[in-house]
Design a protein around this ligand. Structure first.
Ligand code: ASP
Length: 330
């Protein structure tokens, strides 16, 4: 990836990796995905441009993606086999390794803000299930009916997956929203669709965040890599900030996000080389599919994925916003 020279700030975002092949998306679908990635990246860039912190930029951009039904995070999340949405998220501050995460949320509108609240309002790193929603509520975070997260398109993906497994389709959740204009353009990109953002602010601090509905038709209670610090998310000013998307079970076993930071810090690899080594070699060798985005304290940006596509965007001080989807794009 071409790099700007020592940018004051930099941000990279992903909207999930998977089977996204040129020609699979209609021109209309492609346009809405590109626009959605641009809107989220711009929301984060606005924070950084105004002198805000990497943490604030990551949270702001992810909240936009969580509200967008195109992505498997917040509204538009994938369903468990029981027909529920269980949301996971994490965020990490490279300045001091402060980290917060939530798993299995069902009523909190913005899981990424709940993850951040874990840092700021508790002495813990990871909260799960009902306790995590109760904590988010106690921190004043907006609560919604579980039906708020529902989209007809993700429900159809669930029906398909359950059909293949020979399992019965559960009743739709109460309050399920009727098909909406934008959600009808969701592209079924395989199992993934998590969102993540990494940023470097004008002070040189880095941060990373990830938010997801998890994998389609997952068992209830299943937790993937996204809320696990070191697996789906990691940030350290001594190395880099990383957010992952893909088959979580493989990312957990490799500790992908931390492994990339380790290679940068202790093996002297460039950010891009570290991402490629872990994704193209180690993850692929283990049989896992997915991708990563990363940013370093010097402003270097990188991404790497072994799927046919990954929704992604990058923007830096002095470098215009670039959005790409397919493998053959920059
Ligand atoms: N990594 C996520 C998980 O396993 C899924 C995704 O990236 O879409 O929960």
């Amino acid at each position: 990836m071409p790099q700007p020279t020592q940018p004051k700030w930099a941000l990279v975002a992903h909207g999930g990796a998977g089977a996204i092949v040129r020609g699979d998306l209609t021109p209309e679908q492609e346009a809405v995905y590109r626009e959605a990635m641009a809107t989220a990246a711009n929301a984060g860039a606005a924070v950084l441009r105004a002198g805000g912190s990497a943490m604030d930029a990551v949270e702001a951009a992810i909240r936009v993606l969580e509200d967008d039904p195109l992505f498997n995070a917040g509204r538009g999340a994938a369903f468990t086999a029981e027909g529920r949405n269980e949301l996971d998220a994490s965020i990490m501050d490279g300045r001091n390794l402060a980290a917060g995460a939530v798993a299995g949320l069902t009523t909190t509108r913005h899981p990424i803000s709940a993850a951040r609240a874990v840092i700021e309002g508790s002495t813990h790193v990871l909260l799960g299930g009902e306790g995590a929603d109760a904590f988010a509520r106690s921190q004043g975070l907006e609560q919604v009916e579980p039906g708020y997260f529902f989209t007809e398109e993700r429900w159809r993906s669930l029906e398909k997956a359950l059909g293949k497994l020979g399992l019965a389709v559960p009743p739709k959740p109460a309050g399920a929203a009727p098909p909406s204009g934008k959600a009808a353009l969701v592209h079924e990109e395989g199992k993934y669709g998590t969102v993540g953002v990494v940023a470097r602010d004008h002070r040189g601090d880095v941060a990373a965040g990830t938010s997801t509905g998890g994998t389609n038709a997952k068992r209830w209670g299943r937790v993937g890599d996204s809320p696990l610090i070191g697996a789906g998310t990691y940030a350290s000013n001594t190395a880099c900030a990383v957010s992952c998307t893909g088959a979580g079970e493989y990312f957990i076993r490799l500790g992908v996000a931390h492994r990339i930071c380790d290679l940068v810090e202790h093996a002297g690899l460039t950010l891009q080389a570290a991402c490629d080594r872990v994704v193209q070699h180690q993850l692929t060798a283990l049989g896992g599919a997915g991708g990563v985005i990363a940013v370093a304290p010097d402003g270097a940006m990188a991404w790497s994925f072994n799927t046919s596509g990954m929704y992604r965007a990058r923007v830096a001080d002095g470098e215009p916003l670039a959005v790409s989807i397919y493998k053959d794009e920059i």
